[in-house]
Design a binder for this molecule. Structure first.
Ligand code: ATP
Ligand code: MG
Length: 460
C-alpha cells in the first residue's frame, strides 16, 4: 500500500509516568514505541483518556525478554502483552499490518511489521490512527486525523467499503464514536455503512449489544438511532423499531412513531434500563394498530405486545435477564393509570408488587413519553397524584412483602400443623394482606395470635 506523506507535528501530551516509563524502556533498547489509538485522540480533544496503549516495533518475544514477569500475555496471538507497572497495566502491541479477513470479524493471520505506518493503516478511523512519540513530543499523522479532529469528523482510514468489509463492527464503532464525541460521520464513510449494512449480521450479538448500549448512554442517543436508521443498520439490530417508521406517533401527531420513540429516549436520564424502555415503549403499536368505529387509530394492548417484543429483541442481543425484566416491566406498565378511589391498602399492594424503584422509573418513562409529544416536562396529573399517594403510604411506615413479615413459613407450618406446600404460601399472603391494612400487626406476638386463630377456625 502506498501511504501519503505523514505529517509530524510538535505537540506535548501529558502521558502518565507509568506509561512513559514503559515506552522509555522500549526506546532505550532500540525499539520504536508510540502511544496510539483512543488515548491520543481523547487527549487532543480535551477528554480524559481511559486506557493508554503502546504500539512498538518490538516483537512479543522481545517485549517478554525486556519486561520479564511483568509482561502478561493477554492477546499474544495478536501481538499484545500487558506490561504491569505497579497496579497499572499498559497494553504493548507489536506493529501489525492488516491481515486478510475472510469472515468480516477477525483477520485470518496477523502479520507483524517494523513500521508504524503499517500499524496505523490498519486502524479504523483517521482520528484513531494518530501516534505519539513521548520522547520527541511529536504526533505522527498519516491520514489527516488532526484535521478530522478539528472538524469533528469520523472518517474511515482508506476506502470505507473495504474497511467495513474487513470488519463489520467498524460500522457500529463509527456511529458510537460519533455520538460519544459529538462528531459527525463523513459522507463517504456514512455511504459505506449504508451500502454494507447487512454485513452486520456477521458480528456477534454481544458486541452489537455493547456498542448499542454505549450509543444509548451517550449524550446523543437520538443521533445514533437516526444514523442507524438512515444507513439501515437499525433494520438488523432492532427491526422492531424500524417498523415504527410507518405508524403515526399519536392520532394527531405529525411525528412518526419512530421519531417519537427516539425523542422519548433522548428525554430520559442516561441509565440503560431507562433509555431502552423509552426507546422501545411503543414497539407494540405497529402490530396492534386498528381504527375504532370513529376511524380513529387505536393500539389496543400495545403495552403487553410491546413488552413481549422487547423481551425477544433484548434476548436476541444477549442482554442480561435482570435488565430485560426491568425494561419489559416498564414497557408493560407504561400505560398505567391510577384510580383515585384506590384504598391505601391497594396502593401498598401496588408498591409491593411493582417495587418502589419501578414506580419512580415508570414516572420517568411517562415524563419522557409526554415531553416527546410536546407536553411540559412532568409525568402528568394522574401519575403525579399516584406518586403523592405512594409518598403518603410510605410515610405511614415501610411497605411490607412476605419476606418482611416477622413470622415465616416454619411458624405457619408449626402453628397450623401442616406440611410444607402451597397452603403455607397462601396463609403468609393472608397475613401480609392484614399487615398491609394495618402495619402495626407485624409483631411476632400478634401474628402468632392470628395464626392460632386460623388454626382454631380450621379445627372446627
Ligand atoms: P474506547 O476505548 O473509548 O472504546 P478506542 O478508540 O480506544 O475507544 P479501543 O477498542 O480501545 O477503542 O481500541 C483502541 C484502538 O484500536 C482504536 O483507537 C483503533 O485505533 C484500534 N481499533 C479498535 N477496534 C478496531 C477495529 N475494529 N478496526 C480497526 N481498528 C480498531
Ligand atoms: Mg480504548
Amino acid at each position: 500500500m502506498d501511504y501519503p506523506e505523514p505529517q509530524v507535528l510538535h505537540i506535548k501530551i501529558d502521558v502518565p509516568q507509568y506509561v512513559s516509563e514503559i515506552a522509555g524502556r522500549l526506546a532505550d533498547n532500540g525499539y520504536q514505541a508510540y502511544v496510539v489509538g483512543g488515548a491520543v485522540r481523547d487527549y487532543l480533544i480535551g477528554r480524559k483518556p481511559t486506557d493508554w496503549d503502546i504500539s512498538s516495533s518490538a516483537t512479543p518475544e522481545e517485549v517478554k525478554k525486556l519486561f520479564g514477569d511483568t509482561a502478561i500475555p493477554t492477546g499474544e496471538r495478536f501481538g499484545t502483552l500487558t506490561v504491569l507497572s505497579g497496579n497499572q497495566g499498559v497494553e504493548v502491541t507489536t506493529f501489525r499490518r492488516e491481515g486478510r479477513y475472510s469472515d468480516g470479524r477477525r483477520p485470518d493471520i496477523v502479520v507483524f511489521s517494523d513500521n508504524l505506518r503499517d500499524d496505523v493503516a490498519r486502524r479504523d478511523f483517521t482520528i484513531n490512527a494518530l501516534a505519539y512519540d513521548i520522547r520527541q513530543q511529536t504526533v505522527t499523522d498519516c491520514f489527516g486525523g488532526m484535521k478530522d479532529l478539528e472538524e469533528m469528523v469520523i472518517r474511515a482510514v482508506g476506502d470505507p467499503d473495504e474497511r467495513f468489509n474487513e470488519d463489520s463492527l467498524r460500522m457500529l464503532r463509527a456511529i458510537r464514536l460519533a455520538v460519544e464525541l459529538g462528531f459527525t460521520i463523513s459522507p463517504e464513510t456514512l455511504g459505506g455503512i449504508a451500502k454494507l449494512h447487512s454485513a452486520i449480521g456477521r458480528v456477534s450479538p454481544e458486541r452489537i449489544q455493547d456498542e448499542l448500549s454505549r450509543m444509548l448512554l451517550s449524550p446523543e442517543p437520538g443521533k445514533a438511532m437516526e444514523y442507524a436508521y438512515e444507513t439501515h443498520l437499525l433494520d438488523h439490530i432492532l427491526p422492531e423499531l424500524s417498523d415504527c417508521r410507518g405508524v403515526p406517533a399519536y392520532h394527531e401527531s405529525p411525528d412518526t412513531l419512530l421519531q417519537h420513540s427516539i425523542k422519548a429516549c433522548e428525554n430520559i436520564e442516561p441509565r440503560i434500563e431507562l433509555r431502552l424502555a423509552a426507546l422501545l415503549h411503543d414497539i407494540g403499536k405497529p402490530l396492534t394498530m386498528a381504527p375504532d368505529d370513529t376511524g380513529r387509530l387505536r393500539f389496543f394492548n400495545h403495552e403487553s405486545v410491546g413488552a413481549e417484543l422487547a423481551r425477544s429483541a433484548l434476548n436476541r442481543l444477549k442482554y442480561p435477564a435482570a435488565l430485560i425484566d426491568k425494561v419489559t416491566t416498564l414497557i408493560k406498565w407504561h400505560m398505567f393509570t391510577y384510580e383515585p378511589a384506590t384504598s391505601d391498602k391497594g396502593i401498598r399492594r401496588l408498591v409491593n408488587s411493582l417495587g418502589i424503584e419501578t414506580i419512580y422509573n415508570l414516572a420517568k418513562v411517562r415524563q419522557a413519553d409526554r415531553v416527546s409529544l410536546g407536553f411540559d416536562p412532568s409525568p402528568g396529573r394522574n401519575m403525579q397524584a399516584f406518586l403523592g399517594r405512594v409518598e403518603d403510604v410510605l410515610k405511614q411506615g415501610p411497605v411490607f412483602t412476605v419476606k418482611d413479615l416477622v413470622v415465616d413459613g416454619f411458624d405457619v407450618m408449626e402453628a397450623l400443623s401442616i406440611p410444607e406446600g402451597p397452603e403455607v404460601g397462601r396463609i403468609l399472603e393472608e397475613l401480609l394482606d392484614m399487615v398491609l391494612e394495618e402495619p402495626a400487626l407485624n409483631t411476632r406476638e400478634r401474628l402468632l395470635d392470628i395464626l392460632s386463630g386460623i388454626a382454631d377456625r380450621k379445627a372446627r
